[in-house]
Ligand binder design. Structure first.
Ligand SMILES: Nc1ncnc2c1ncn2[C@@H]1O[C@H](COP(=O)(O)OP(=O)(O)OP(=O)(O)O)[C@@H](O)[C@H]1O
Length: 489
């Protein structure tokens, strides 16, 4: 049977107070109502109430701003916030201010009842519930498609255990994000999360990188070095691109999984491993096993719980929410606010996303930075997706396509640095890089005719000659012997 209690209701709309009162009284609760923050505060000070339901906009003050004050006075008292300002910002503010639940108006009576029941349950075990709520809100994964629901179910099932998880999925599907979520939600969250990418470390260094080495273990080992296993003690070790692990390191890893202990390279003393292992791959590990490139016994040890991350193209339902999420994130980072028109979303949904969520994230970031209009149109999306497919160096016939392909090249250049930045002095370098091929292509297109090329470029003939000199281009030598290339005349 669900618990009953005294609920304070603060709303300046008499009709809402009446409806809420009826619902709560019918469920066996006692109700006290008020229409101001001042009235609410009086009840709080008097120690009344097992839970609070408050509107945000009240005549004398902001109901949401009152939440931290209420919690300071009555720690653990669940406060449910209702608001007609149904923005993500209000929802986020409600969470940040410590609200127990946020209900957008008009609210569903069943949801209100459910929120009150769980609020009263929480007041029985405040600390545990508050922690659980914090975890839920911090979950970084976006997507409500049935494919993602399956992923969430598996995550929920393995979080309370220390089972070894193997995350399988194409590049950019969120494997690392899931590994981090497994860590952050589990009992090891206060310990370290250490990620190692097997493909990023030179093969001959992998063992020492993972297990550490003793002084003098090999040429160049001048001091003892701590490996990733030791760094991850008490936490989670994420082995990314596990299919790229060399055989010798595989053997060593298998031994650790079997014995629960590891030794450093050149070391004798076994160290107990108190680590959860999560690994990931975008390769077909069974194939690697068949080809003799991956140890079968290790495969079984790692694959205790397989977690398949679906490619983005198979969860089209998530695209709108993900795209909006990435635009908002760009906005939070200081880029201009952008939204997508409905047809633009349809266009995104029709794309096949070979780079999965990462590709969508990069595209949205690019729109946030470069799109001139506040609303991203279907044709902008079309153009951006088309320009991604333009092979290097192929010119487009119209200005918009040209901008798109240059943009795609630049975007790819930025992407190669991942989270880092390209070297400084980019502006000059990019302009210099653009100028030479532009001059060369213009001359080629006009069969080396400088007057025509100057006209095509829209610059003075003398300016063209100077630029050719500066860039060391011999225009005469460029006159092709064959037929004209493209648009001359
Ligand atoms: N469900 C999701 N919700 C929000 N962001 C996501 C989601 N899935 C992936 N991302 C974002 O997409 C990017 C790629 O994700 P991640 O690095 O986890 O992919 P991966 O599968 O590990 O890629 P790779 O195989 O190339 O290492 C990250 O910036 C991540 O934050």
């Amino acid at each position: 049977m669900s618990r009953t209690g005294t609920i304070i209701v603060a709303d300046d709309d008499a009709a809402i107070r009446t409806v809420v009162r009826q619902v709560l009284v019918r469920a066996g609760h006692e109700v006290r109502t008020t229409d101001t923050v001042a009235g609410l505060w009086q009840l709080i000070e008097a120690g009344v109430g097992d839970a609070v339901i408050t509107d945000v906009v009240l005549p004398d003050a902001d109901g949401l701003d009152a939440v931290p004050r209420i919690l300071a006075r009555r720690p653990g008292l669940p406060v449910i916030v209702m608001s007609a300002q149904n923005t993500l910002a209000t929802a986020v503010r409600a969470t940040e201010n410590g609200a127990f639940e946020y209900l957008p108006k008009p609210f569903d009576i069943n949801k209100l009842s459910a929120a009150v029941s769980s609020a009263l349950e929480q007041s029985q075990a405040p600390a545990r519930k508050a922690a659980a709520k914090e975890e839920g809100d911090g979950l970084p994964l976006i997507g409500r498609s049935s494919a993602m629901q399956e992923v969430y179910r598996t995550i929920a099932r393995v979080v309370p255990t220390d089972l070894t998880v193997l995350i399988l999925g194409e590049s950019g599907t969120g494997k690392e994000l899931v590994a981090k979520a497994l860590h952050d939600l589990g009992s090891r969250r206060t310990g370290p999360f250490v990620a190692v990418n097997m493909a990023a470390i030179p093969r001959e260094l992998i063992e020492s990188e993972l297990f550490g080495h003793e002084r003098g273990a090999f040429t160049g080992a001048q001091a003892r070095a701590i490996g990733r296993f030791e760094q991850a003690q008490g936490g989670t070790l994420f082995l990314d691109e596990i299919g790229d692990m060399p055989m010798e390191a595989q053997t060593r890893l298998l031994r650790v999984l079997q014995s629960g202990e590891f030794t450093t390279v050149g070391g004798m003393r076994p160290i107990k491993a108190d680590i959860r292992i999560v690994s990931a791959t975008n390769k077909d590990l069974r194939r690697l096993v068949d080809a003799g490139l991956f140890r079968e016994d290790l495969f079984y040890r790692l694959n205790v719980v397989p977690l398949h991350l679906p490619p983005l193209r198979s969860r089209v339902d998530d695209i709108a929410e993900l795209a909006t999420h990435f635009l908002r994130r760009a906005e939070v980072e200081g880029l201009p606010a952008k939204t997508l028109e409905p047809e633009a979303i349809l266009r995104l949904q029709a794309h096949d996303w070979p780079g999965n969520v990462r590709e969508l994230e990069n595209l949205m970031r690019r729109f946030a930075a470069l799109e001139r209009s506040d609303v991203i149109s279907a044709s902008s999306v079309e153009e951006a997706l088309r320009s991604e497919r333009v092979p290097a160096g192929r010119a487009e016939s119209d200005n918009r396509g040209l901008a798109g392909s240059v943009e795609a090249h630049l975007a790819r250049y930025f992407d190669t640095f991942g989270d880092d930045l390209p070297p400084d002095g980019l502006y000059e370098r990019v302009l210099a890089e653009l100028e030479k091929p532009l001059l060369l292509l213009s001359l080629a297109a006009t069969r080396g005719n400088q007057i025509r090329a100057a006209k095509l470029l829209g610059i003075n003939r003398n300016t063209l000659r100077k630029k050719l000199n500066d860039r060391g281009i011999d225009a005469v030598a460029l006159r092709p012997a064959g037929p004209p290339v493209g648009r001359s005349g």
